[in-house]
Design a protein around this ligand. Structure first.
Ligand SMILES: C[S@@+](CC[C@H](N)C(=O)[O-])C[C@H]1O[C@@H](n2cnc3c(N)ncnc32)[C@H](O)[C@@H]1O
Length: 258
């Protein structure tokens, strides 16, 4: 089983639930700051999914483009992001000519790309001189996160450590791909304490909620649900409420071309 490949076609209709639950203000500010106020002439999101971040950057550039290999995710993006140029493709083979964009970004997507270095080489090719690549995602190697998903579905932590690179690794790979300068910072901190009954009711404990759960086998997922139900029953037996704790960071890494 390929733990990297989440079936996004099957979860596209429920994917945007995360944007009802969290504002992701830090991600939004980091993204708009990266694009800058000078209206770059062309911006591309790689792994754009349902187009949430394409909508966030609408109006910042005359050309806003998005690409994603998932037909289901792109269909959602087409419905809600009419101004964007949307293409079905993979990050490793970007279907644009050299020097087509000033800014390229990837949000919560890089860990799905089978060949990150090939993507960085492609990003460098399609960016114009002085252009920049921003990627935002987790860094499970930093060991600063607390997340009920890792606690109750323990296979997910090892899977994440295998598919997410540490931010310092990303900076090294950007340098190897020819980016003149790379920097990282904390972009957002996602925090919540949710009673497990609410989490079950609002679809948080759902394979579609996050790819960490989507890539589990049915047995692994069901075993995690049993752990949650057992913890819930134990708390209820003591007259308490069982809460799911989320506290993790999203890091931004930016590479600039000279
Ligand atoms: C967690 S979603 C993020 C979507 C969007 N960026 C957002 O933050 O709402 C990850 C996306 O990466 C896409 N993806 C997976 N493999 C990819 C690849 N090789 N190249 C480009 N995108 C890919 C998936 O189809 C999915 O839409």
């Amino acid at each position: 089983m390929n733990r990297r490949v989440a079936d996004y076609d099957s979860v596209a209709d429920r994917f945007d639930r995360r944007y009802i639950l969290y504002a992701y203000n830090g991600v939004r500010e980091t993204l708009l700051d990266f694009i800058g106020a000078e209206r770059p002439s062309a911006v591309l999101e790689v792994g754009c999914g349902t187009g949430h971040w394409l909508r966030a950057v609408a109006g910042t550039s005359p050309i806003i483009a998005g690409m994603d290999p998932s037909f289901g995710m792109l269909s959602r993006a087409r419905e809600t992001t009419p101004g964007a140029r949307l293409v079905r493709a993979s990050a490793e083979t970007l279907p644009w000519g050299d020097a087509s964009f000033n800014r390229l970004f990837c949000i919560n997507a890089l860990h799905h790309f089978p060949d990150r270095q090939r993507f960085f080489a492609e990003a460098r090719r399609v960016l114009r001189p002085g252009g920049g690549l921003l990627t935002i995602g987790k860094d499970p190697h930093a060991e600063r996160d607390e997340w009920w998903v890792y606690d109750y579905f323990p296979e997910t932590l090892a899977i994440d450590r295998a598919r997410f690179a540490a931010v310092r690794t990303l900076r090294g790979e950007l340098a190897s791909a020819g980016f003149a300068w790379a920097e990282s910072s904390e972009a957002d901190r996602i925090e919540s304490v949710t009673p497990v009954t609410d989490a079950f009711a609002n679809g948080v404990v759902d394979r579609a909620y996050t790819s960490q759960l989507t890539v589990l086998t049915g047995e692994e997922f069901n075993a995690g649900i049993e752990r949650l139900r057992a913890a819930e029953a134990e708390c209820a037996g003591r007259g308490g409420t069982f809460d799911l704790v989320t506290d993790f960071r999203l890091y931004a890494t930016i590479g600039w071309l000279s």
